[in-house]
Each structure stands twice: as C-alpha cells, then as structure tokens.
Design a protein around this ligand. Structure first.
Ligand code: PLP
Length: 368
C-alpha cells in the first residue's frame, strides 16, 4: 500500500492541450515535451494520452527517454533535444529525430552515415540566438551549410531556437530580438540551400507572450501541467498533478520539547503534531522544513515542523482534528506547485521533476 501518491488527472491534461491549441493558428503544429518522465509524471501515459489527443510531435532530452517511448509503442515523431554522438545508431534504429546543436555533432553524424549503409536521419537545426546553452552560432552557419551540402543522409527538416526569458514580460524585447536573430539565420540558410524550412521557437510561456512568433510548430511542456508562468493566464489552465501523502502518526508534544533531527523545532506551547509519510528521498526539498512550507488538510494549512527527514516529516496539526490514515496534500489545484515552489525559491518545473520513483502515480483517466 502506497503512502505517497501523485494523482494525475488526464482530463486536466486534455483541457490544457485544447486550451493551448485554441491560442494557436489551426495550422500550427504542437510538440508536447515529455522529457524527464513528463516532468515527473509518467512519460508513457502522457505520451499515449497526447497521441490520442492529437499532438503532432513529442520531444525528450535524451535518446534513452525516446527509446522507452518507442518500446512502449508510441508512434508519433519524437525529437531528441540533446542527443550524444554515440547515439546515432539508436536514433536511426528507433526512428527518432535529432536536434543538431554543434558542428562536431553534425560532422560526426554525417561521417557516420556516409560511411554506413544506414538510411537517413531527420534533423532539426538548433540555432543559438542568446540562450547560450546549445546551438549553432551565426558564425558557424557557412560551415553547417557546407557540411549539409556534402552529404545526403542528414535531412534537414526543421530550424529551431529556444528563448531565454519568454516567461518574463519585462524582457519581451529580448525575446523579440531572439526571434529576429532566428529569422535572419533561417533566411541565410534558406537562401544558401535554396529551400524553405519549417520552424519552431516558442515554449509554453512563449505561446502566451509571443504568439506572433509561433511559426509552424510550438513546443510545450509546463503549460500542459497547468502552469503558464504567468499569473493572469494560470486560471485558464487546470493543474494536472496533486501530490498527497498519508499521515501515519498523530502525537502530543509538550511545551519545550523538540521535534525531529537536530532539534529542528522546539515547541513554544503544548501542541499536537503528525508525521507525514513523504520525505526528501521522494523529492521534498530540505528547504521545505523549518516552517518554510506547509501541507494542506481540506483547506487548513499545516506548517512543517523542523527538518525534513529522508522518508517523512512532521507537521503542526493543533488546530484541527486529523488521524493516522488521513491524507494531506503537498500541492494541489488550490495550493499549486508553483506557489509551493516559490516559497522555497524554486520553480514548479524543479518541484515536479524531483518527485521520486517511490511515489505511486495514480491516474484519473480520460472521460469518454
Ligand atoms: C524543455 C524544453 C521546452 C519546454 O519548455 P516549457 O517551458 O516547459 O514549455 C521547449 N523547448 C526546449 C528546447 C526545451 O528544452
């Protein structure tokens, strides 16, 4: 019997998918990002659901994640954002598409394919326009073109870039500059290769803040989970995942006593405390401790006492009546992961991805 669970409402996912689609032109394709086990949810169930809902593409960070999806029977095109040089055989064997982000990688894939009897590989060329993470720089474009012209097995299908601050409305001019730089590089590639390519640039926040730059496809991860990174838009989305854990013991603490490791909390009055069966091994950051965060029972907030332990933590339940076997939520639709994350100086992405494999994933299946 599980004592901690992540409840995943696939109806909320379907709602978010169709809401996001409603923000786009009818011809714009939709790439759903399911890397990192669909941001800590479940990559296979998410991919199956998104395939059924009509997503056009899936994307993951590393090849192994894509192989897991293919092995589970996912048929959609899958883009690997950060494939390694040694992945080339698997990319072909599992019918994956690869992001090309460096000259070395382009050279190595091209050399490999030209020397082998393997067929082609579809590639998306990632142009660095200011994020300075992965990507081909403007000065490298002439060499990219030469490399592409001297081979016939890497098929350039898409041009892409990634925004650095699409969630920051005060930095929209930077995002616009990135889009302009992207268009400039795309244009030079198209002129040289005498071919027009499809393009994708926007992540979730970009869909809301820079919709006029949607090009032929958008890439969305976090918004599918119900988080837009923009407070005024969040109400249009539905929170997909609720993290719950069981109360396993309720006990009295006398004034002056300590709770938890290293005397992390001392009671200033007689109180009732409860142990909650989830800890830092399950992705509950140690920063949640020391009353920095709280959990919720019905709508009452219960402050976390002292330090988070590996498998559990303690909360103050003095104001309420609660018993062993009751469930509390760490985050849910009312007290969402974004608020919870902010209280310890992080973001919803990190909180969701950190949820450990010991936490059971429970699905609320699609109605109809
Ligand atoms: C993770 C990722 C995304 C998804 O970003 P969200 O903010 O979750 O929508 C899009 N594009 C790239 C290249 C990514 O690495």
């Amino acid at each position: 019997m599980s004592q901690a669970k992540l409840q995943i409402d696939l109806n909320a996912l379907a709602h978010n998918f169709s809401h996001l689609k409603s923000q786009l032109h009818s011809t714009t394709k939709f790439m759903a990002i399911v890397k990192a086990n669909a941001y800590g949810n479940d990559a296979i169930i998410w991919s199956q659901t998104l395939e059924a809902l009509g997503a056009d593409y899936l994307a993951v960070a590393y090849s192994q994640e894509a192989i897991t999806l293919r092995t589970a029977g996912i048929k959609l095109p899958i883009l690997v954002f950060h494939p390694q040089q040694e992945d080339i055989e698997n990319l072909i064997a599992y019918d994956l598409e690869a992001t090309i982000y460096s000259l070395e990688q382009l050279r190595s894939y091209s050399d490999y394919l030209m020397a082998s009897d393997k067929s082609h590989l579809n590639i998306h060329l990632n142009i660095n326009t200011g994020l300075n993470r992965l990507g081909i720089r403007k000065e490298e474009v002439p060499e990219v073109i030469t490399l592409l012209q001297n081979q016939n097995k890497l098929r350039l299908t898409w041009l892409m870039s990634h925004l650095a601050a699409s969630d920051d409305l005060t930095q929209l001019s930077f995002s616009e500059q990135q889009a302009e730089a992207f268009e400039e590089v795309c244009h030079s590639i198209e002129v040289e290769l005498n071919q027009v390519f499809k393009k994708h640039l926007l992540n979730s926040s970009g869909i809301f803040s820079l919709a006029h730059k949607q090009y032929d496809m958008v890439r969305s991860g976090i918004a599918l989970h119900g988080y837009s990174n923009l407070q005024q838009i969040d109400p249009d989305l539905r929170v997909v995942a609720t993290l719950k854990a069981k109360v396993t013991q309720v006990f009295q603490v006398s004034k002056g006593e300590y709770v938890g490791y290293n005397f992390g909390f001392q009671a200033s009055r007689d109180m009732t405390a409860a142990t909650v069966a989830i800890g830092h091994a399950d992705g509950i950051d140690r920063k949640f401790g020391q009353k920095q965060n709280q959990v919720f029972f019905e709508s009452t907030a219960l402050p976390i006492l002292g330090n988070i332990c590996m498998d559990m933590f303690m909360v103050d339940v003095s104001p309420i009546s609660i018993k062993a076997g009751d469930w509390v939520s760490i985050f849910d639709a009312q007290h969402n992961a974004d608020l919870s994350a902010k209280s310890i100086g992080t973001i919803s992405y990190e909180l969701l991805c950190a949820i450990g494999s010991r936490v059971e994933r429970e699905f609320i299946l699609l109605e109809n």
